[in-house]
Structure formats: C-alpha cells, structure tokens
Design a protein around this ligand. Structure first.
Ligand code: OSB
Ligand code: MG
Length: 374
C-alpha cells in the first residue's frame, strides 16, 4: 500500500445536549477527519477525537492538526507499506501525540481492510457479533437531573452506568444513586481529581458495590495508584495513565490497577490498543472500551476493537444518538437493549456520508507532496 494523498478536515457537530466540564460548557465538538487515498485509488477514513482543550491529556485539536499536517502526513506520503506495523514504523520517531497518530492509523486500517474485502473487526481478531454498551454521565447541575438521565438510559437498556465524580460530587451522590438502583452495574470515573490525601473519602466508596473506580489519581501516575489499590476493595481502573502496552505491563506488575480502560486514541491507535488487550487477556486483567464522544468513524473503530474476546465489561461506546442528532456515517451506530451490532462489511463498518461531512467542515488541508525524512 502507498498513500498518495491525505486530506485533513476540521469537522464540527452540534451536541444534542450541552455538557459541562470543570472549566467550560460545550455545545458542539470539533474533531479532525483524515482521508487517506492510496496509490491504487483505495480510500480510508480516520478520526482524531481530541478534545479542543488540554484538560484530559496534553493534546488538543490544534496540536493534532499541527502534528498530522507537519509531521505524520509528510512522513507517510509516497512510502510503501504492507502492514500496519510497517506503516507505524514510518513515523516511529514521533513521540507522544497519540490522538494524532491514532487518526492517521485508523484511516490506514480502514483502507487496508477495504483492500482485503474484510471487516476491520475480523482483521483485528474480533470474536463478538455485538458489543455490550454502557453510558458515561457527566457531573450534573443537581441530583434530580442526574436521576432523570440515569432512568432514561436504564430504560433504554444500557448495561451499566458510569458516573463522573470529583470532590464535592462523590460519596453522597453515589450513595443516592445506589439506593435508587440497588442492582445496577455502576462505576465511577474521577479523571484524576484526587490525591493520596483523599484515601479516606475514596475508601467510603467501597460500600456501594462499584464495578471499579477509574483514574482517581494523577494522569501521569502509576506508583501512587498501586498504594491506593492496596487500601481499597473497589478495583482501580486506569485510563489517563496508560499510553502503551509497556505502561499496562508496568501498572499490572506494580498492582496499580485490576482493570484497564482501552481507548484507541489515547493509545495511539488500534495496533497498540490490541497489544494492551492481548497483554491483559494473558494476565487475567479485564478490559473495556473507553470513548471520547467519537463521531461515527471513530465510534465504528471502537466497536471493532471492543469485539475482541478480552472486552468482558460493558464499554463507554453508546449509540451516537446520545450525543449527535445526525452523525456523519450510515447506517447510524445505535444501541438496542444495550447492545450494538458489529457489521460484517469491508472496512471500519460505517460509510462516511460526504455531503454531511462537507456541510460540517470548517477547514480543509490537502497533502500530496513527496516524502520527507523523519
Ligand atoms: O475519562 O472516559 C473519560 C470523555 C472525554 C474525556 C474523558 C473521558 C470521556 C468519556 C466519554 O467518558 C465517554 C463517551 O465517549 O461516551
Ligand atoms: Mg476516563
């Protein structure tokens, strides 16, 4: 395979319901779509689902644009590769910037699987015909609003609920949700909001039969998480701290977690995501698929990886209707009774609709110059 042309598009979709983070209120999301056109005319699409601000991880939409435009694309254009391992070898000198790498790699996986006439989930080694779907709920304005949201998604059949927590919105919120839903599979995500000074607060969460607590401590820590895990009954799950299979191995060996959240974009792509999956399967560590509010292309890639056998816990991959009124792909990715079917068609499993993408595009760059050294 050889990429002759890379198209980058900054694409905006309005959110069905604005969401509030600690620092901003968002009514829409901007992601980068990558179209890679091969020498033989085969195409693939990828999505870079980076947040626009550096509050989840250091990357932003604009750093992704910069790295894709000025480094990754020039390092790959006009170079021959025959496997994804060879493709990522072309840009192995690029450190970090996982979201940017993941978007380009996804476009190449899509093109490769279309070229072979096989579904991406099959290339990856997927074994499930459907994936089990949970929802991730933000910190809401008040408890009644949170209860309404939970009731809605439980009624729709979602298999588990994840609550975002932080100081001031934790033990009492979880207590009340647990009282209202005694047998609901429930987990919490702290997005690094605590320190070891909060062990007593976090220990109180042990009373609520949570599936796990996700990333309670610093985004770049695995050592303190090991200490915390020893103090808690609730399994610790790492998200932000795990960037590679090597990180996952170290975290498991240190006892920093009992579960890992596999997020394609945080791991720099599907190849590394599969390596983390394989390691966890071998070590008996359950995994689940995290999300970044992906549009249809990135969501389809999440479904493909989540079909692998080690994904034994419901993921954050919900129907796209939870976020977007009209997504950019057909058929729309929707959950039925808390499960999403994995499609048996060549490629990612979702067809990008060009007219909708054109309508949503804010900025475009076309790269088709010869290669540079990296
Ligand atoms: O920590 O899992 C997280 C979204 C943005 C940043 C961090 C996280 C999330 C989610 C999204 O929880 C879940 C989804 O895509 O539905
Ligand atoms: Mg998380």
């Amino acid at each position: 395979m050889r990429i002759d042309r890379i198209e980058l598009r900054l694409v905006r979709l309005p959110l069905v319901r604005p969401f509030q983070t600690s620092s901003s209120r968002k009514a829409h999301l901007d992601h980068i779509l990558i179209r890679a056109v091969m020498a033989d005319g085969q195409q693939g699409w990828g999505e870079c689902a980076s947040p626009s601000d550096p509050f989840y991880c250091p990357e932003t939409v604009e750093t992704c644009w910069h790295i894709l435009h000025d480094f990754l694309a020039p390092m790959c254009l006009w170079r021959d590769w025959s496997s994804i391992e060879e493709l990522v070898g072309l840009y192995r000198n690029v450190k970090g910037n996982a979201f940017a790498r993941s978007g380009l790699e996804m476009a190449c996986w899509d093109a490769l699987s279309r070229d072979q006439g096989r579904p991406l989930h099959e290339l990856l080694g997927g074994t499930r015909a459907e994936i089990l779907s949970g929802v991730s709920l933000g910190i809401e304005r008040d408890l009644p609003t949170l209860f309404d949201r939970i009731d809605q998604f439980v009624a729709e059949g979602y298999r588990r609920v994840k609550l975002k927590i932080g100081p001031g919105w934790d033990v009492e919120v979880v207590r009340k949700v647990r009282e209202r839903h005694p047998s609901l599979p429930l987990q919490v995500d702290a997005n690094s909001a605590y320190t070891l000074d909060d062990v007593e607060t976090l220990r109180r969460l042990d009373d609520f039969d949570l599936l796990l607590i996700e990333q309670p401590l610093a985004h770049d820590d695995i050592v303190d998480h090991a200490r915390l895990q020893r103090a808690l009954k609730t399994p610790v799950c790492l998200d932000e701290s795990i960037h590679s299979a090597a990180d996952a191995r170290k975290a498991i060996e240190l006892g920093a977690c009992k579960v890992i959240n596999i997020k394609v974009s945080r791991l720099g792509g599907l190849l590394e995501a599969r390596r983390v999956h394989d390691l966890c399967l071998e070590r008996g560590i359950p995994v689940w698929c995290g999300g970044m509010h992906e549009f249809g292309i990135g969501r389809a890639a999440n479904l493909a990886i989540a079909s692998l056998p080690g994904f034994t816990l419901p993921g954050d991959v919900s129907g796209s209707d939870k976020y977007y009124r009209r997504d950019l792909v057909e058929p729309p990715i929707l959950a039925t009774r808390g499960a999403i079917a994995v499609r048996n068609v060549p490629g990612l499993g979702a067809e990008p609709i060009l007219e909708r993408i054109d309508e949503a595009t804010l900025r475009t760059a076309i790269l088709d110059a010869g290669p540079t050294k990296g």
